[in-house]
Write a protein that binds this ligand. Sequence first.
Ligand SMILES: Nc1ncnc2c1ncn2[C@@H]1O[C@H](COP(=O)(O)OP(=O)(O)O)[C@@H](O)[C@H]1O
Ligand SMILES: [Mg+2]
Length: 254
Amino acid sequence: MKGKEEAAISIRNLSYHYGERNVLENISLTVQKGAFLGLVGPNGSGKSTLIKCILGFLKPQEGSIFLFGEKVERFKEWNKIGYVSQKANSFNTAFPATVFEVVSMGLVGKLGLFRFFKKQDKEKVMKAIEAVGMEEFARRNIGELSGGQQQRVFIARALVSDPELLILDEPTVGVDAQSATDFYGMLKTLNEERHMSLLLVTHDVGVMSDYVTDVACLNQTIHFHGNKEEFKKNKEEGLSGVYGHHVHVLNHQH
Ligand SMILES: Nc1ncnc2c1ncn2[C@@H]1O[C@H](COP(=O)(O)OP(=O)(O)O)[C@@H](O)[C@H]1O
Ligand SMILES: [Mg+2]
């Protein structure tokens, strides 16, 4: 199924269980090239497990995953994919690295650890830092920054190799509401201006849905998958499947 029409991510009939415990059941989900998919679900609904399957860290017992048209087991172009994990935002104030250095680590895989950076590598690092609006902080220690600022730095590190697909697992956990909103706006810009495909995992339904192009609701299985307009029309229905019937959806005011 290689060719122009291939999706960034295509998941078919995937099931995953840890021992006896079924966590994901018959998941089919597509992230088209150029889409910004918000994947929402409560804690324990299997979001991180699904991401680990997509990245090839876990092998599902059933079903298949294609990345850019290639089966994940055979996929080799990992430089096309940037990943920011849930636990990224945990640097403490003693961590001795500047923003510039942390972002540079995104190039290490490509360059080899002991190669000196060329001028053009430095420019790439600075461009990634600018893309997340952190240029003023490039020489600051990462530990001195707020959680939201640190998370931007981790995005920059993922961006420095210019991925076609960026996967983020709850990047705004522990970040205040205003910073989270700014952060979603930044992701929307990456999606629209760089045509980067994005998969954003979150349990923050209300605000996120203003920024994405598509929404999927997960709780062991997919309860809803559609574009943003369909989601907004069917919000209560889509969410009651994953959060129960008494969910109250907060609408974001601009
Ligand atoms: N390594 C593991 N072994 C056994 N159970 C696990 C493991 N990791 C996660 N789980 C369980 O699988 C379920 C889904 O977890 P997870 O994918 O982390 O959900 P989410 O990211 O949506 O919070 C939870 O009930 C969790 O306790
Ligand atoms: Mg998780």
